[in-house]
Design a protein around this ligand. Sequence first.
Ligand code: FES
Length: 144
Amino acid sequence: MVPLQQLSYRQGALYAKTQKHVLVCVQARPAGHPRSSCQEKGCAAVWQAFSDEFTARNLWVSGFALTNTGCLGPCHLGPSMLVYPEGIMYSGLKPEDAGVIIDEHLMFDQPVERLLVPADVRAWDHGQNPVRNWRYGFRHGRFL
Ligand code: FES
């Protein structure tokens, strides 16, 4: 049997079923766009911080996944991100928040309250939308 650390990310993801999937918005829009964008608010540094933490902690082969993604909805609050399977959304992120979210939410299932999107945005979020969750589940093999 091949040790888990020697597997590629894709092999590792198949080997160890994904426990949590982090999706970081890296959407860009032209300057002056009325919706602004996470890129305008510094998402590149947030994405890099998550990527660095995943690499440093070897989370890629430990059942965690990290993906950069397009707009998640609350652009004015960005940088934004989602954690599945719970569908919990964070906003207004800074690079230093990556380690905190990993330490508390990914490792111990304790969402970081101070970084959650406001309640009026939460009511809209993906965790409350069964159609989105259903589609996501199919795309990521949860129902296959
Ligand atoms: S641009 Fe990131 S949430 Fe819309």
